[in-house]
Design a protein around this ligand. Structure first.
Ligand SMILES: Cc1cc2nc3c(=O)[nH]c(=O)nc-3n(C[C@H](O)[C@H](O)[C@H](O)COP(=O)(O)OP(=O)(O)OC[C@H]3O[C@@H](n4cnc5c(N)ncnc54)[C@H](O)[C@@H]3O)c2cc1C
Ligand code: FES
Length: 277
């Protein structure tokens, strides 16, 4: 079978997260394919809007959710705008899952620090929900989430961030917005400064981080000062992609193809890539 051929799928629900981000719940049309679908936290899939084109997105739902796949999509250009115009019951194409994943196997018995900015929480969310699933929770330690966005309206997954995760045993959630806002009594300030303030301990811990490059850059500096080592810290890269399966060379960084060898890398691996990264 042609690996580039999308599987027909239906959008069953659309959740508006922010002014320009929507989460799409998608079900593969073939019940057998849907039942057989498996992905790992951090993996991606290619979505196609027929007659418009296709684009790569991370799977935002946990592999433990068997009812649908979720993709949180920011309106950016041709394909993402076309997706934003769709209504529930619209048909799209899905191919994947692709890429590597956050090393949840090595994270057993460890604590997790999740640091996200804006829609950057999307690839990290499946890892948190995977670890919180009743069948997995016993294998993982405490989970701290530090999550920020420009404003309250720009925070995604509000139900999980403000209600579900904070109520889960062993989970602490720290949210922040960039500037004061009427009705917001929580923390105000940028994510890296909040990390410096909270001073999370590096002990027995993995970190997963995703967000705007400037947030990542300053947060990594703060983590370094707190004693975190490069191999404890994982992030996920967003190169431009075409085939998604390591064939076209569109997404290469040195000898690595981000679609196939990534998108998840730890900092030690990133340092070995050529300087464009
Ligand atoms: C591994 C991976 C995971 C991703 N996960 C998500 C996700 O979960 N949610 C989400 O909203 N987006 C995600 N993206 C980005 C998404 O693929 C792009 O926004 C999308 O391809 C834009 O397509 P478009 O046709 O709407 O925009 P285009 O019309 O192609 O371009 C519109 C604008 O976006 C820029 N652009 C296009 N693609 C990228 C890219 N990959 N990185 C940076 N800028 C780009 C273009 O330069 C242009 O300025 C991911 C990308 C990768 C590679
Ligand atoms: S997108 Fe074709 S090789 Fe990665």
């Amino acid at each position: 079978m042609n690996p580039l051929l999308p599987k027909p799928a239906t959008i069953v629900d659309i959740i508006r997260e922010t002014g320009d981000v929507k989460t799409f719940r998608v079900v593969l049309d073939d019940p057998e394919e849907m039942a057989a679908w498996t992905h790992k936290p951090g993996q991606t899939a290619m979505l196609s809007v027929f007659g418009v084109g296709e684009a790569m997105f991370c799977l935002a739902s946990s592999p433990t959710c068997r009812d649908w796949l979720e993709f949180s999509i920011r309106r950016a250009g041709k394909v993402t705008s076309a997706l934003h115009e769709l209504e529930p019951e619209a048909k799209i194409g899905v191919r994947g899952p692709y890429g590597n994943h956050f090393p949840y196997e090595n994270m057993q018995g460890k604590n997790l620090l999740v640091i996200g900015g804006g829609i950057g929480l999307a690839p990290l969310r499946p890892l948190v929900n995977f670890m919180l699933a009743p069948e997995n929770r016993q294998h993982y330690g405490n989970i701290e989430v530090i999550y920020g966005a420009r404003s309250y309206g720009d925070l995604c997954y509000k139900e999980e961030v403000f209600r579900v995760w904070p109520q889960a045993p062993g989970v602490s959630v720290f949210t922040t917005i960039d500037a004061p806002e009427e009705g917001w009594s929580g923390h105000v300030g940028f994510v890296p400064a909040y990390v410096e303030e909270l001073k999370p301990s590096p002990e027995n811990k993995f970190v997963v981080i995703c967000g705007p490059p400037v947030m990542i850059r300053f947060t990594l500096k703060a983590l370094g000062e707190l004693g975190f080592e490069e191999k404890q810290i994982y992030t996920t890269l967003e190169m431009r992609m075409k085939c998604g399966i390591g064939k076209c060379g569109r997404c290469n960084v040195g000898a690595r193809f981000v679609c196939r060898d990534g998108p998840v890398f730890n900092l030690a691996e990133l340092k070995e890539l050529p300087p464009e990264y």
